[in-house]
Design a protein around this ligand. Structure first.
Ligand code: BES
Ligand code: ZN
Ligand code: ZN
Length: 498
């Protein structure tokens, strides 16, 4: 989809299709839609008075202007009640309008952007582009039949009235495009099956991003990880023929900027290993690298946005499979931290590879270390697929995440990390075990990770629920969602404001 910003008034702008939004009641017509209404002899206000278009949230209709406007057609999308309006609804409305236009087979549209209350043209443009691009996302690269039936919007013209507005809209547009591209890249990686998205492929993607954006990349082979002492990562990687890769990407190295380490679980397929999972729904376990996908995508976006931070992206990537070489329940592993772990279940592999990745991250002396992982089924039971489980050891860092959550609409819910939970991880044979009780499973998983971050401000995001969803939401289609990407980017963009 190509975007262009042009100077023009919607009521004077000749085009195939003009997109307009309206709140619920006709007395509330304001901004561009009001000007169009005046030019169009009260067409929109009449529709609304007669109840043919109510402006209800996401209600969408197409009208032919029959010469009443320079635009040939108008699509009207409702924004609901004015007093309930926020950017989350705005992203949803942009998505619904985009899906409607795409499904109707229309290829281009123009859309006026005008500030509303305290929402600037820049913010509105950014959120519009995000809602639109995320809403029309489809994973169809492996569909070979009837490709000619795939519909796509080709061109969008954003209209600004004054020269200074054009620049502002253009800024919002660029930011929105960069963020959407990152989310869609994460979705593609998550939706990609494990025979396509192997640890090797993730490492190649990281190398490509490093090359294109002037970042440093380092890919440790399993033998190198072993020599370094990453006994936990290596144990998991040993079970598969597909070589594991410990991937490290670094942006803005050696510039004296604040260092933040991002760590993402990169299990490209989780069969459970010797503690094998039931076969029902096992195909879903291709999404067990969603954390790594989010980190990789965030790194790319951060460099395109030129964020003034030193970022280290750490992505331990491997399959978790049973084989004659696989690690086994009862095995005792020596982690990179020196602490030993008794394996109770080989299906609690995420916390093992993350423990070495977190310890490795501490070498960079980060101001904060943040991990994202599809860590526990228990988190899905606790919070469903709508919310990210939020854990952390530092109040101000937790606040930053909650702030970014409010701004992006990526919901998080804070969970406790009380010491008492650590009792469940006591082991007779080693420093601790990798599994506690079924009860409080998400918390115990997080407690395990907390043993590998020392005193460094740390956040753990359990994205097991929202990483991939069954039922679509306004601008999130079914399947891989790119969960955490917008949240992380927002937090990093705001880093210096707090
Ligand atoms: N990848 C899974 C967690 C998961 C489950 C993510 C369902 C998304 C949906 C993880 O590796 C796992 O298997 N965790 C176990 C931990 C248990 C053995 C302590 C779980 O959640 O059952
Ligand atoms: Zn598992
Ligand atoms: Zn897993």
């Amino acid at each position: 989809m190509k975007f262009r910003v042009e100077k023009g008034k919607p009521e004077k702008f000749p085009c195939e299709l003009l997109l307009l939004f309206s709140f619920e009641s006709p007395e509330q017509l304001a901004g561009p839609v009001q000007n169009v209404d005046l030019e169009w002899k009260g067409f929109v206000s009449t529709l609304m008075k007669q109840g043919d278009f109510r402006g209800e949230l996401f209600e969408t209709r197409l009208y032919y202007t029959q010469g009443g406007l320079p635009a040939k057609r108008v699509v009207l999308t409702g924004l609901g009640k004015k007093e309930e309006f926020d950017l989350e609804k705005w992203r949803g409305a942009a998505s619904r309008a985009g899906q409607y236009i795409r499904n109707a087979g229309m290829k281009q549209f123009a859309f006026p952007i005008k500030k509303f209350n305290d929402l600037s043209e820049e913010k509105l443009a950014e959120s519009f582009v995000i809602g639109l691009l995320l809403g029309v996302y489809e994973f169809n690269q492996f569909k070979t039949l009837e490709r000619d039936k795939i519909k796509e919007i080709e061109e969008v013209v954003l209209l600004g009235e004054k020269d200074e507005e054009i620049k502002i809209i253009d800024n919002g547009l660029s930011t929105g495009q960069i963020i959407s591209e990152a989310v869609c890249m994460a979705r593609d990686l998550v939706n990609g099956p494990s025979n396509q998205i192997t640890p090797t492929v993730l490492a190649e993607k990281a190398a490509e991003i490093a090359k294109d954006h002037g970042m440093e990349v380092q890919v440790l082979e399993v033998s190198q990880a072993e020599a370094m002492g990453m006994g936990a990562f290596v144990a998991v990687a040993k079970g598969s023929q597909e070589p594991g890769k410990f991937i490290v990407l670094e942006y803005n190295k050696g510039k004296g900027l604040d260092t933040i380490a991002l760590v993402g679980k990169g299990i490209t397929f989780d069969s459970g290993g010797i503690s094998i999972k039931p076969s029902e729904n096992m195909d879903r376990m291709k999404d067990d690298m969603s954390g790594a996908a989010a980190v990789l995508s965030t790194m790319k976006a951060a460099s395109k946005l030129r964020l003034p931070l030193h970022l280290v992206g750490i992505m331990p990537a491997t399959e978790n499979l049973p084989s004659g070489k696989a690690y086994k329940p009862g095995d005792i592993l020596r982690t990179l931290s020196g602490q030993t772990v008794e394996v109770i279940s080989t299906d609690a592999e995420g916390r093992l590879i993350l423990s070495d990745a977190l310890t490795y991250g501490l070498r960079y002396q980060p101001k904060a270390i943040i991990d994202l992982a599809t860590l526990t089924g228990a988190c899905v039971i606790a919070l469903g697929d709508y919310v990210i489980g939020l854990f952390g050891n530092d109040e101000s860092l937790l606040k930053r995440i909650e702030e970014a959550s409010a701004r992006t609409g990526e919901k998080v819910w804070k969970m406790p990390l009380w010491d008492e939970y650590f009792d469940y991880l006591k082991s007779d044979a080693a420093d601790f075990r990798n599994v506690g009780t079924r009860a409080a499973g998400a918390i115990i998983g997080a407690i395990f990770l907390s043993k590998f971050v020392e005193k460094v401000p740390w956040i753990h995001l359990d994205i097991a629920g929202p990483a991939s969803i069954e039922k679509e939401r306004p601008y999130i289609p079914r399947g891989g969602t790119g969960a955490g990407v917008r949240l992380l980017i927002q937090m990093l963009r705001d880093w210096r404001r707090f």
